[in-house]
Write a protein that binds this ligand. Structure first.
Ligand code: NAP
Length: 293
């Protein structure tokens, strides 16, 4: 009997690449990786034996490219989402388009192919935030729960790599924070997020996991940690939360995704966002490694 197959959609992303590392060592599953660029994916995983995995090229916004990608697949893990990189100006696809509609297209393909389980990466606190970004995530979760498939939903706090923005600002000498910097959060390493997704995928039954890292910081403390890592004296300025409200409609004219991102980043920077501890890895170590790279 052949081993059940696992499809990792978003395999080239920040969490996706850790998922691939973790799942390729699990001999109980054969692995299929979904990406928009097979060439980039082959280059990224060139050190791996090609018998570890197969790569399929598809764009979830073009449903015809998804035909057959879930054929023979037992479980799908989707980390597909529009980029959270505020500087990726050319990337105009909104969170509603990618995180919601794109994942619905993939879910439909999974249902038609007889997939048993679908695991999805949302965001911690998404159900109560009422921003375009978090609404897209949680609307997809509603579709997933209504699909009849077994499901897993993982809701992490912010990933470590996103906080490296503070290192960049500290390098330039000045960091900016939205709000007074007093709101707390426990960011999590993307490798720990991948572990939770694997756990949700391989465990029995439906699973919802709210997860954060081992240390809780105020936003001010995260910015200070970035300066400390570089051996610099903190120079941190604050801008009012209201600025993000004014900026959103203006920025959205040029790029709807960045407009939505401004709204979300403003919200999380000014509200408590502390999830149950799951991750083991520490932000200070991550900053040190990033500073040396
Ligand atoms: N970053 C955070 O702090 C954070 C916190 C909580 C939740 N999340 C959520 O977690 C998820 C993963 O985050 P991440 O940081 O790992 O994201 P990421 O690095 O930007 O990766 C996103 C992945 O989505 C894929 N993708 C985007 N558009 C696609 C399309 N049209 N068709 C097929 N694939 C497409 C990309 O595939 P390619 O390889 O083809 O480019 C990429 O691999 C996202 O939904 C994000 O909103 C993030």
């Amino acid at each position: 009997m052949s081993t059940p197959s696992l499809l990792i959609a978003g395999a080239g992303g920040a969490v996706g690449k850790h998922l691939v590392e973790q799942c390729r060592t699990n001999n109980n599953h054969s692995l299929r990786l979904l990406t928009r660029s097979k060439k980039k994916m082959e280059a990224r995983f060139s050190a791996h034996s090609s018998t570890d995995h197969t790569i399929v090229e598809a764009d979830v916004l073009r449903p015809q490219t998804l035909a057959g990608v879930c054929q023979g697949v037992d479980t799908v893990i989707s980390t597909i989402g529009a980029s959270l990189d505020i500087r990726a100006i050319k990337d105009r696809n909104s969170f509603h388009t990618v995180d919601l509609q794109g994942n619905i297209n993939l879910l439909k393909e999974a249902q038609e192919s007889g997939v048993r389980k679908f695991v999805y990466l949302s965001a911690f606190g998404a159900a109560s935030m009422n921003t375009a970004y978090t609404n897209a995530h949680e609307e997809f979760v509603r579709h997933l729960k209504a699909s009849g498939l077994e499901y897993g939903v993982v809701r992490p706090t912010g990933f470590f790599y996103v906080n490296c923005e503070f290192l960049e600002m500290a390098r330039k000498g000045t960091a900016w924070l939205v709000g007074n910097g007093k709101a707390s959060t426990n960011p999590i390493h993307e490798e720990d997020v991948a572990k939770a997704c694997t756990e949700a995928a391989l465990g029995q039954g439906n699973r919802e996991m709210n997860i954060g890292g081992p240390e809780t910081f105020t936003r001010q403390e995260i910015a200070e940690l970035a300066f400390q890592t570089l051996g610099k004296t903190p120079r941190i300025f604050h801008s009012p939360f209201a600025i993000t409200k004014v900026m959103k409609p203006l920025v959205s004219v040029f790029n709807p995704r960045i407009g939505d991102l401004v709204e979300f980043l403003g919200y999380v920077a000014t509200h408590e966002c502390v999830a149950p501890t799951y991750g083991q890895k520490r932000l200070g170590d991550y900053f040190l490694a990033a500073a040396r790279a």
